[in-house]
Design a protein around this ligand. Sequence first.
Ligand code: C2E
Ligand code: CA
Ligand code: CA
Length: 831
Amino acid sequence: MGTGPELPGNGIPHDAQLLRLLMDHLPDSIYFKDADSRFTRVNRAQAEWLGIGDPERAVGKSDVDFYPADFAAATRALEIEIMRTGRPVLDLDEHVRAPDGRERWVSTSKLPLAGPDGRIIGVFGLSRDVSSQHADQDRVRDSEALYHSLVDTLPQNVFRKDLDGRLTFVNRKYCETTGLPAEALLGKSDFDLYPAELARKYREDDLRVVKAGRLIEAVEEHQPPGRERRVIRVLKSPVRDSRGYILGVQGVFWDETDLVRAQEDLRRSEERFALAMEGAHDGLWDWDFLKNEVYFAPRWKAQLGYEDGEIGHNPDEWFNRVHPDDVRRLQEEVDAHAEGRAIHLECEYRIRHKEGHWVWMLARGMAVRAPGGKSARMAGSQTDISQRKRAEEQLVRQAFTDTLTGLPNRALFMDRLSQTLRRGRRKAETPFSAIVLDVDRFKDVNDSLGHANGDQLLVAIARRLENCVRPGDTVARLGGDEFAILLEDMQDEGDAVTVARRVQNQVALPFVLEGQEVFTSVSMGLAPGTGYEKPEDLLRDADTAMYRAKERGRACYEVFDQGMHARAVARLQLETDLRRALERKEFRVFYQPIVSLRTDRLVGFEALVRWQHPSRGLMSPAEFLPLAEETGLILPIDLWVLREACRQTGYWQMKYSQNPPLRVNVNLSSKQFVRSSLLGEIKDILAESAFDPASLTLEITESVLMEDSAAVRAMLERIRGLGIKLYLDDFGTGYSSLGYLHRFPIDSLKIHHSFVGAMGQEEHGQLVRTITTLAENMSLGVVAEGVETADQLRRLRELNCDRVQGYLFSRPVASPAAELLVARGPAWQAA
Ligand code: C2E
Ligand code: CA
Ligand code: CA
């Protein structure tokens, strides 16, 4: 062994030998120090480390002889502490400048050294150079830093967890995803961060990774705190130490939500496409223009009910089977695409099935073009669209049918009418007609028998109307209780009248509703179809005629003529003008004097409205009042007249005072006479013009009294309560009898001018006499209007008539002329 120790003969070393052996051959440094930290003994390795060669040369030296002073001082302090406490220091890693000048890492253990009496007399030390290990650790640290900076740049989320599932590392992306800084994440488990069900799932994955010891990949959901749930793909693998033991799990994940969605969309559209292909059972065709041959796929032929061998290659096999109404269009579409005018071929057409019926098809095609642009071939498919067409037709039918009666509705009627008009323009010789029918007093049926019965009646009428026409004609329900008939291909114009009479007779037969016989009638308007451009115009004229029939007392028909149209148009124009007349201040008040026969004085005026029409000139009430009543415009007109008459008369009263004061009579329409606002309106006007109600007379017609008598009486009484007098106008022309007059608070009767004018005839003279006598008995005054002759005046004087008005005295005149009459003074003087 040369340098090896010498052993005793038995080969077994004694303790001292053993110690020496170990000391000399151990690669670690061993040394003993006394209480002053001076070396008492060092081994060979330590001597080498100290750079002194012979271990003996260390004895009596201390660390200051070998190391920098601060290190030596620190060592001495540590050793004093060990000796004082008797506690060792183990595995202390120290960075030292070794006596040979090199920087080293040393792992040192120092133990207190006790003497035979147990007192601590020194220190035993053992050191090992661990520099190479430390270099490894530095490398690890460096590579870890590199790793971290690297994974921080990754667009994926990277994390590591220990075996307890606590995060030990997260990259920047992970922080972004969770919205939390790394400090808030490290040490947390998935249960701290995510919904419990997800955390459980993650934990299961982790355990799988740990158990299997290899990488797993999964698509999972992820929901960072306060954020929406996403789909992620995750890769997880075990983290191992250098010996291969698993320390935890590391993972990478990224968001695949959009990808998954896109994939799902794709899958769905693929499915749809597959379904469409499957459902369509398209028949393919391929047309070689140069050879003028078409390849028809077996499926194409089967669509028409043919076997493969039954149809050849000629394009006629296709086109000859197409419906005559569609074949031109199909050919045009094919040409349009072949010549490049259409970007593709798409055409719907009917084609004859082998069994004879028509099948709706959709052909789609694309041309194969030579570089010159001319196409040599076109290929495409043929799809059976019968089902879709049937559905469409049904929808169309529903859109054009009246659900209650099953008749065509207005839309379809108008459609047929415009078709007929178009055809009529082409061949003018066959006349046609439209009839509009309206059920008379249908509202009464509805109100008395209920809506269900009303509906029943309409259905029953519909059936009878259908029985009155020929199959080619159209009976439609326009809406409500309005029907229409379109009569086509008539022999002559008189046919329409024949149908109208037939309808009248049919409808006149009783209907049975809930076991009860119901009678009804219709009013009809006929319009011959010639000379119309638009169906609405024809229908409108039939409508106008129908309204004429209603005016004539219903249950009859009227044939439209141009006069009717002109009247209808004029009426419409008048209505428009009338609506504007008030705001344009076109109304005027004319005044007709009322003269007392007792005193022969001018006692007042009747205010009569006129319309200064911008183009038609001064219009009398007869020309526009009926329309004003119909449209409701009469209410504002009457109030305007009242206001103006009060203002004017008030002014005259002030300017030309007379005793008793000048009076004024104002007419009030019976239309909406009983309305709650009337009294307030009158009061307002009186207050506004500061007019004494005692000087005002309101003239109402008998028709007012025909309405709800209690309400009318109440209203009249309230008006009279204001001090206003009430005259009953046009007495004798209405339904009124003297008998009921006492029930109403009336002051005077006005005898209609027709009686006055006819007083020369015996019976009329008698009538006027009767009226005046009875009025006298009932303490009612009598005013005669329309006095035109001195003879009439004489007779009225004989009959004790109070007051008169008429052309004999004055026509109604505008206010300046009326003022002249007032200015002359009350005593009447013929002008
Ligand atoms: P009315 O209330 O009976 O008025 C008398 C009508 O007889 C007036 O016709 C008047 O001009 C006319 N008249 C007067 N003296 C004679 C005569 O000697 N001979 C003949 N043949 N006629 C005479 P006017 O002004 O055309 O008014 C017609 C009707 O219009 C009035 O009949 C009245 O019912 C109504 N009316 C006039 N102004 C108004 C009004 O402001 N409001 C309402 N609601 N109706 C009015
Ligand atoms: Ca009057
Ligand atoms: Ca009158």
